[in-house]
Design a protein around this ligand. Structure first.
Ligand SMILES: Cc1cc2nc3c(=O)[nH]c(=O)nc-3n(C[C@H](O)[C@H](O)[C@H](O)COP(=O)(O)OP(=O)(O)OC[C@H]3O[C@@H](n4cnc5c(N)ncnc54)[C@H](O)[C@@H]3O)c2cc1C
Length: 369
C-alpha cells in the first residue's frame, strides 16, 4: 500500500480533503489527469504578457461562510475584488445583475427604488400556479421585455436548450435589485488570490503527508490500492457509463492578445442570441492591483459536450436526473469511495460550496476513524 487514502482530482474538492486528512496525520495520494492542480480553477501567467489567466473561465471567490473564508486565507491573502459584470444587449451596454440602473436605462426612465419595483411588478406575468421552469420564473420576476433582452438569448446559448426546458432554480440563483448595487454576488466575503488559484492549491497540497501525481487518470481499480478513495471525477465515468451518459455543457475559449484596455471591465456578457459567444473576459481586470500595458481577452463559447470535451456544467434535465438516481444507487454500494465535488455529485457548485462540503467530508471521516 503506497498511502492510506487517495484523492482523485486535484481541484478544490480533492485538495481540501487531502489537506485536512494530511493535517490529521493520514497519508494521502492525490491524482489528476491534467498536468496541473486546481481543476477548473487553474490560473497561470501568460508567458508573453505576465497576465494571470483563468484557463478554464473566470473564477471569483465569494462566500458568506466565515469558516470557509478563514480556511482559504491560510493559503492566500485574498485581495479585495468585487465582481461587476456588464451586458451587451439590444445594442447597448448595461449593468448586471438587473438593478435600478439597468431598469432605468432600458426603459429610459428615472425611477426610484419603490417606483421601479412597482413598475416591474406591473410588467411581470402572473401565474395562478407555481412556476414550472426557467422561462416562467423569469416572466414572473421581470416580464417579457427584460427577460427576452437579458436572459433568453444568453440562456439559450449557455445551455443549448430552450429556457422553458430548464428548471426555475437556475434563475432563482441570480439576484434582481431595485437599487444601484451592481455587485454580482450577495456574499459577505469576496476576493481574489493574488497569485491565482493554482498557487493557492499548491500551498494546500504542500504537506509531507501528501504526494501529488499529475497526468495520471484513475479508474475504479484504484480502490484495491487504498483504504478509501475520495473521488471528484465524473460519477458516470467512474461506472464506465453503464447507466448511460449524463449530459454536460462544455466550453471553448478563443484567446487574443491586444494592446491597452480592450473592454474596460473583467467580464462582459453577450445576451443576444445572434452573437455566438456568451461572454468576453479581459483577464488583467481580475487583478486590478497589477499594471499591464498589454491585454489578454478570451471569448467564451458554450458547446455540447462530446466524449473528447471537458465537462463543465451538468445539464441536469429530467432525463439526466433519472440516470443520476441510478448512479447514486450504485455509488451507495461503493463502500470505500466518497463521491464529491461538482462532477462526483453532478451538481453545479461554486468554489465555496465545494470547500465547505470537502471540509465536512474530511471532518466526518477523521471523527469516524
Ligand atoms: C466556467 C466556470 C466558471 C466558474 N466560475 C466560478 C466563480 O466565479 N466562482 C465560483 O465560486 N465558482 C466558479 N465555478 C465553479 C468552480 O469551477 C467549481 O466550484 C470548482 O472547480 C469545483 O472543484 P472540483 O474539485 O469539485 O472540480 P474540478 O475543479 O473540476 O476538479 C476536478 C479534477 O478532477 C480531475 N479528474 C476527473 N476525473 C479524473 C480521473 N478519472 N482521474 C484523475 N483525475 C480526474 C479533473 O482533471 C479535474 O482537475 C466556475 C465553473 C466554471 C465551469
Amino acid at each position: 500500500m503506497t498511502g492510506q487514502f487517495a484523492a482523485v482530482g486535484a481541484g478544490f474538492s480533492g485538495a481540501v480533503v487531502a489537506c485536512q486528512l494530511a493535517r490529521a496525520g493520514y497519508r494521502v495520494d492525490v491524482y489528476d489527469q491534467r498536468h496541473h492542480v486546481a481543476g477548473n480553477c487553474h490560473t497561470e501567467r501568460d508567458p508573453a504578457t505576465g497576465i494571470l489567466v483563468h484557463r478554464y473561465g473566470p473564477h471569483i471567490f465569494h462566500t458568506s461562510h466565515a469558516g470557509v473564508w478563514a480556511f482559504v486565507q491560510q493559503f492566500a491573502s485574498m485581495m479585495p475584488y468585487v465582481n461587476r459584470v456588464k451586458a451587451h444587449a439590444a445594442g447597448q451596454v448595461y449593468s448586471l445583475p438587473i438593478n435600478l440602473h439597468t431598469i432605468n436605462q432600458f426603459y429610459g426612465l428615472q425611477l426610484n427604488p419603490v417606483q421601479a419595483e412597482a413598475f416591474v411588478r406591473l410588467k411581470a406575468q402572473v401565474f395562478d400556479r407555481p412556476v414550472r421552469n426557467f422561462e416562467e420564473q423569469a416572466l414572473s420576476m421581470m416580464g417579457r421585455e427584460l427577460y427576452e433582452s437579458f436572459f433568453y438569448g444568453y440562456t439559450r446559448k449557455q445551455w443549448g436548450v430552450e429556457p422553458s426546458e430548464l428548471p426555475a432554480s437556475i434563475l432563482k440563483r441570480l439576484p434582481m435589485r431595485f437599487d444601484y448595487n451592481d455587485n454580482y454576488y450577495n456574499s459577505v466575503y469576496q476576493g481574489m488570490p493574488p497569485e491565482g488559484y493554482t498557487a493557492l492549491i499548491e500551498r494546500m497540497l504542500d504537506h509531507p503527508n501528501i504526494r501529488v501525481f499529475l497526468n495520471t487518470r484513475c479508474d475504479r481499480s484504484i480502490r484495491s490500492q487504498y483504504q478509501h478513495v475520495f473521488y471528484s471525477g465524473a460519477i458516470d465515468a467512474w461506472f464506465d457509463g453503464v447507466e448511460g451518459p449524463l449530459r454536460y455543457r462544455s466550453l471553448q475559449f478563443e484567446q487574443e492578445m491586444h494592446h491597452g484596455d480592450v473592454q474596460g471591465n473583467a467580464v462582459i456578457n453577450y445576451c443576444d442570441a445572434a452573437v455566438p459567444w456568451t461572454r468576453i473576459s479581459e483577464h488583467k481586470h481580475f487583478a486590478p492591483w497589477e499594471q499591464h500595458t498589454e491585454s489578454i481577452v478570451v471569448r467564451e463559447y458554450s458547446t455540447d459536450c462530446t466524449e473528447n470535451d471537458i465537462p463543465y456544467y451538468p445539464l441536469g434535465l429530467d432525463a439526466d436526473k433519472t440516470i443520476l438516481a441510478r448512479y447514486k444507487q450504485r455509488a451507495e454500494q461503493e463502500n470505500n469511495v466518497t463521491f464529491m465535488g461538482r462532477l462526483g455529485q453532478y451538481a453545479y457548485l461554486d468554489m465555496h460550496r465545494v470547500i465547505e462540503q470537502s471540509l465536512g467530508i474530511a471532518e466526518r471521516f477523521t471523527q469516524e476513524k
